[in-house]
Design a protein around this ligand. Structure first.
Ligand code: PMP
Length: 401
């Protein structure tokens, strides 16, 4: 008889990493998410956070949470479907739809739930979900749960999407799902080309703007604004509130009738508790700050350009990054962990990224920036990378000898 616990006892990878002092996961930070954090008893430059606009420790966000707790308490005690809904949630849905220039919105408890719920409501057995090979795991999990058939196309390759869609029967339901900004690689989806192909095949398209919201476009509205594309061209836009919006939660925006259908059919919405009011309040406050303080986004991009140029000058391979997410391509598992560890010792917190988060041949150390980083922070990151990469022997294909 096989014991399902045997695999747990045979699971030695983590033990080995801990014994070698290179275990990077579940790092217990000792302070709030800020440009510098306390970790392992010392202050470090935080270069591995998704707090893109630096709002996670903003006093106005904290105050909004305190006020909401006084009015609505700590939790909603159930699903929005039955007993956990408030006018606060509904006002936020209107506000986020307006920000994204769509008719209606939906708020979920997390971005992960938003993807599984939305995809599961829209496609099922007999339908096809066509995904970019580097789409986020929550999209893939949503497709797997839905019963729809998953087809994958080459990363950001509209010609390959065309090939995949051409092989699907005309009569089948088709939903193309792409990340707006790819979370590990930091590149932007080729939306104009993908839209053209999607329309040609009469498929629907959904964009996950988790890393684009607050970051891309003149007003931070995301991928469509970045490309100057009419928001109506994209059927469904989704995202998370755990990055620029600096708390937790997920959103989905689109036409009113479609949102109403999803609201009544997304299992992760119906069978899971509502987002607590303090989180709703902080999302709403973050949206106000995004509209009032464009200089935050400007600083984020100024810092991004300074870091990217610095990495280029040092010869590092940063893949196709074009956003505040800048991967240093290492392509060697052991060296990824060595580099991450050496950077920590230099006082720089980054994220080591290996399979399954990225393909095994494309392992990397992920750097991501905040609007509240300064030039001094960027220069410290560059100095540390230069020093650590030299010691470990990280390839620098573009290094000028
Ligand atoms: N989509 C993308 C592209 C993401 O990067 C993430 C989280 N990293 C999610 C969805 C899930 O969001 P959340 O953390 O709010 O569950």
């Amino acid at each position: 008889m096989s014991d399902i616990f045997q695999k747990c006892r045979d699971f030695k990878t983590v033990e080995l990493m801990r014994s070698k002092g290179v275990y990077p996961y579940f790092a217990p930070l000792e302070s709030e998410q800020a440009p510098e954090v306390m970790y392992l008893g010392r202050m470090m430059v935080m270069a591995g956070s998704n707090n893109y606009l630096g709002l996670a420790n903003d006093p106005r966000m904290k105050q909004a949470v305190k006020t909401a707790v006084d009015e609505f308490g700590t939790g909603c005690a159930g699903s929005r479907f039955l007993n956990g809904n408030t006018h606060f949630h509904e006002d936020l849905e209107i506000k986020i739809a307006k920000f994204k220039q769509k008719e209606a919105g939906l708020i979920y408890a997390t971005g992960y739930q938003m993807n599984t719920g939305t995809v599961g409501a829209l496609v099922g057995k007999g339908d096809f979900a066509i995904v970019d090979k580097l789409d986020h795991a929550s999209i893939l999990d949503g497709v797997n749960l839905s019963g729809a058939e998953m087809k994958r196309f080459k990363h950001n390759d509209a010609a390959d999407l065309d090939r995949v869609l051409s092989a699907i029967p005309d009569s089948a339901g088709k939903l193309v799902i792409v990340d707006g900004v790819f979370s590990m690689e930091g590149d932007i989806c080729d939306l104009p080309a993908l839209l053209e192909v999607t329309k040609k095949h009469k498929a629907r398209i959904m964009i996950d703007d988790a890393h684009a919201t607050g970051v891309l476009g003149k007003n931070g509205r995301g991928t469509t604004e970045h490309f100057g594309i009419d928001p109506d061209e994209v059927d469904i836009v989704v995202g998370t509130c755990s990055k620029s919006l600096a708390t937790v939660g997920g959103f989905c925006v689109g036409k009113s009738d479609i949102m109403d259908y999803i609201r009544h059919n997304a299992r992760s919405m119906m069978f899971s508790a509502a987002l607590p009011a303090p989180c709703v309040a902080s999302i709403s406050t973050a949206l106000d700050i995004i509209e009032q303080e464009p200089q935050r986004r400007k600083n984020l991009w100024d810092m991004t350009r300074r870091l990217k140029t610095g990495f280029d000058d040092l010869g590092f391979d940063t893949g196709h990054s074009e956003t505040p997410i800048i991967p240093i391509m290492v392509r060697d598992n052991t060296k990824v962990f060595m580099l991450w560890k050496a950077l920590l010792e230099e006082g720089i917190f980054t994220n080591p990224v290996v399979s399954p988060a990225v393909p095994p041949s494309d392992t990397l150390v992920r750097v991501s920036l905040m609007a509240t980083h300064t030039k001094e922070h960027i220069d410290r990151i560059l100095t540390a990378f230069d020093k650590c990469a030299a010691v470990i022997g990280i390839a620098r294909p573009a290094k000028v000898k």
